[in-house]
Design a protein. Structure first.
Ligand code: C2O
Ligand code: CU
Ligand code: CU
Length: 428
């Protein structure tokens, strides 16, 4: 048997001073000193060993969003790394796991705050044999930043806690409105690393091709797209071919109505980056990218209902965000599943707002969605770890877990996760 390759790196989380606004200081929380944090790039089959050093004033963890790794290595809230201490994470990435992932904190109660202060970073797993390997790549990790007028990071207000936080500065790789120059064909990996902002992305009418989702390549490219919705935590790989559509364009977040509550401004489009498209070498995309195995017949079913309720505590109204009527309890198992067994899950959103469902440790397949009695089969086979559910919608997925232990599942609007829209799956 061949020796697995060992990839070793140190990651330090620490407060870091930046000058985001000229002449003013912003203290972010950063992995290895930058926002987003340093890219980890490994190959399928690699064993990864990360020595993590927590120089923050709060407990934290590193969660490896989307990766198929054992729960005890996955930065669960039950496994905090205390301030001033360090911890090593170690896991091996299986064949077939090539894809676009990320890492971020997942401590009990502080996930939203630590992510909005800057802790998030890309993680790429490369395939042994990548059918698109001759196409130049570009990474676009999109986040947002909410600053006070003195350029300090703003606290969450009541609206942020209700609708999820959206910062006034939408950033690409930590930069505000950068210029992107595309010559010929490029493969873009895009991350929605915001807490709550839905990115309904377009290139202002230019066409692009979708080739990958959260867990890597699709079976076949989906060509001639003009918009692509990425809910918080979702990723995509697209091919942009500038040849034939040269000129100046923008990467735009088009308006998307996600049912925000209260008095909120109408959604408007935002230019995230200036994109200049230049003719160059055009590289064809093969008609078949890979084979995605079917998860087979489901042996069990589970139902999860997302809902919201009002609570009155200490004379104050506040929102509750619930799964099956319950608020998160770290010491309660909510669902029990058998290892290696495919299940059919029905995720129903009974609230008035969109919620992106996410589960740790595995990639699932969307079977169909149902809205107002109309069932729509998934348009293509894809590996996903995050899927949006609109108000009134039911999303059916096939899912299998291949490690024993405890898994978190939650809404990836991080303020909702903190406020209870999270549950625990025990795999045994
Ligand atoms: Cu990126 Cu539990 O999440
Ligand atoms: Cu995750
Ligand atoms: Cu939510």
């Amino acid at each position: 048997s061949k020796q697995p390759n060992l990839f070793k790196a140190d990651v330090t989380a620490a407060p870091t001073e930046t000058e985001f606004v000229a002449g003013k200081k912003t203290t972010v929380w950063a992995y290895n000193g930058s926002v987003p944090g340093s890219l980890i790039e490994v190959n399928e089959g690699d064993t990864v060993e990360i020595r993590f050093i927590n120089k923050l004033s709060q407990p934290t963890t590193i969660h490896w969003h989307g990766l198929p790794i054992p729960p005890e290595q996955d930065g669960n809230p039950m496994d905090p790394v205390l301030p001033g201490t360090e911890h090593s994470y170690r896991f091996t990435l299986p064949e077939g796991s090539a894809g676009t992932y990320w890492y971020h904190p997942h401590p009990h109660e502080y996930t939203a705050e630590q992510v909005y202060k800057g802790l998030a970073a890309p993680f790429i797993v490369r395939a042994k044999d990548d059918p698109l390997k001759n196409i130049p790549e570009r990474n676009l990790m999109i986040s947002d930043l909410k600053l006070n007028s003195d350029a300090t990071i703003a606290n969450n207000d009541g609206n942020d806690w209700m609708n999820g936080r959206e910062g006034q500065f939408v950033l690409v790789n930590g930069q505000y409105q950068p210029v992107v120059e595309v010559k010929g064909t490029e493969r873009w990996r895009i991350w929605n690393a915001t807490s709550a902002r839905y990115l309904n992305l377009s290139l202002g009418g230019r066409k692009f091709t979708l080739v990958g989702t959260d867990g890597g390549l699709l079976e076949k490219p989906v060509r001639d797209l003009q918009v692509l919705l990425l809910a918080p935590a979702e990723r995509a790989e697209i091919i942009v071919d500038a040849t034939g559509q040269e000129g100046n364009a923008s990467l735009v977040a088009e308006p998307y109505n996600r049912g925000k509550m209260g008095h909120v401004a109408a959604e408007k489009s935002i230019n995230i980056a200036a994109v200049s498209l230049l003719a160059g070498q055009s590289i064809a995309i093969p008609d078949t990218l890979r084979k995605i195995d079917d998860l087979g017949e489901a042996k069990a079913t589970k139902k999860m209902v997302f809902s919201e309720a009002m609570s009155m505590a200490n004379g104050q109204h506040s929102m509750l965000f619930l799964i099956n009527g319950k608020s998160f309890d770290m010491h309660r198992v909510d669902f029990t599943s058998r290892i290696h067994e495919t299940e059919l899950w029905e995720i129903t959103n009974k609230s008035d707002m969109d919620h992106p469902f996410h589960i740790h440790g595995t990639q699932f397949q969307v079977v169909e969605t149902e809205l107002n009695g109309i069932r729509t089969p998934a348009p293509y086979k894809a590996w996903k770890d995050t899927v949006n559910a609109r108000p009134g919608e039911t999303v059916r997925i096939k899912i299998r877990q291949d490690f024993p232990g405890l898994r978190m599942l939650h809404c990836h609007i991080l303020e909702h996760e903190v406020q209870g829209m999270m549950a625990i799956q025990l795999v045994e």
